[in-house]
Design a protein around this ligand. Structure first.
Ligand code: C2E
Ligand code: MG
Ligand code: MG
Ligand code: MG
Length: 279
């Protein structure tokens, strides 16, 4: 049975909530510790053109190894890192990792774009676009070879700040994508005012394809993208039927376990070399 506790403010909450707060603090402390000791990793998941399955890019995804030999999901720790303000440093580190991986790809003769996820707190730091610019310069990476992914809810949350920063970033020449598109339930009118290159259709609208309802949403996003002159990429493609359905809609690109799972940096290089040998 849940024990009731009284906080300083006189609010009652139960022991579960107390546990939850302790758990969150524990995760944040451990994350800060492991980040400082360079225990985090960045993995990469290939993105392909739907028409000829050529490699067009990859998404950089954080991986945090846990003691049991597995990983703690970024879906769990990224929101906590955002709340704790830790995501600013971690996000910068991810960008730098992506730049270094970009140089390795270049050495293989592979000019593809690496997509990096960006959180709101990063956008809120004054001079964020300038930081991105000097980071790219530091590594000698062409802006067009880096894409920044911002979630739809983020854009709506902080419309003013985000729009201005996105414009600065776009002027640098980096690519910009809206991530998890369709999950933010936002007004669509803002889309026209944003400098974007790509809409990422969320996995939620891919996983049940060709189900009628989700199919209608996927179709809507693809045609919206086409009307606005944006590329559309579907996340979480796991089956041939899903791929066929998306291809028939005119979706441009795909990312999903069916093609390749996220992999460590050296495995991506091997993946590319193996593919290049085949053709
Ligand atoms: P996201 O940006 O939407 O990334 C796509 C997620 O879908 C990744 O989960 C990827 O592994 C997963 N995925 C891709 N294809 C498939 C598939 O076919 N089936 C299934 N079931 N899943 C698929 P992951 O790596 O667990 O990341 C979860 C979320 O954590 C990301 O969602 C993103 O919001 C956040 N995240 C990850 N890395 C970073 C980062 O460096 N910075 C920030 N701010 N957020 C990050
Ligand atoms: Mg993403
Ligand atoms: Mg996504
Ligand atoms: Mg998603």
């Amino acid at each position: 049975q849940a024990k009731k506790l009284k906080s300083k403010e006189g609010v009652y909450y139960d022991i579960d909530m107390q546990d939850k707060m302790a758990w969150r603090l524990g995760i944040i402390r451990q994350l800060r510790h492991d980040f400082a000791r360079e225990k985090l990793q960045v993995w990469y998941q290939p993105q392909l053109a739907l028409d000829d399955l050529s490699l067009i890019g990859c998404e950089a995804l954080l991986r945090w190894p846990s003691e049991d030999g597995g990983f703690i999901s970024p879906a769990v720790f990224v929101p906590l890192a955002e709340d704790a303000g830790l995501i600013v440093d971690i996000g910068q580190w991810v960008l730098e990792q992506a730049c270094q991986q970009q140089k390795r790809l270049e050495a293989l003769g592979e000019e593809i774009c690496i997509a990096v996820n960006v959180s709101v707190p990063q956008f809120k730091v004054k001079g964020y676009a300038q930081t991105v610019k000097s980071t790219l310069e530091k590594y000698g990476v062409k802006p067009a070879n880096i894409e920044l992914e911002v979630t739809e809810s983020v854009v709506m949350d902080e419309l003013e700040t985000v729009i201005n920063t996105l414009k600065e970033l776009k002027e640098l020449g980096v690519e910009v994508a809206i991530d998890d598109f369709g999950t933010g339930f936002s007004s669509l009118s803002y889309l026209q005012s944003l400098p974007l290159d790509r809409l990422k259709i969320d996995r939620a609208f891919v996983k049940d394809l060709p189900d009628n309802d989700t199919g209608a949403i996927a179709a809507l996003v693809v045609s919206l993208g086409a009307k606005l002159g944006l590329k559309t990429i579907a996340e979480g493609v796991e089956t041939q039927q899903q791929a066929e359905f998306l291809k028939n809609l005119g979706c441009d690109e795909v990312q999903g376990f069916m093609y390749a799972k996220p992999m460590p940096e050296h495995e991506l290089l091997e993946f590319i070399e193996t593919r290049n040998k085949k053709d």
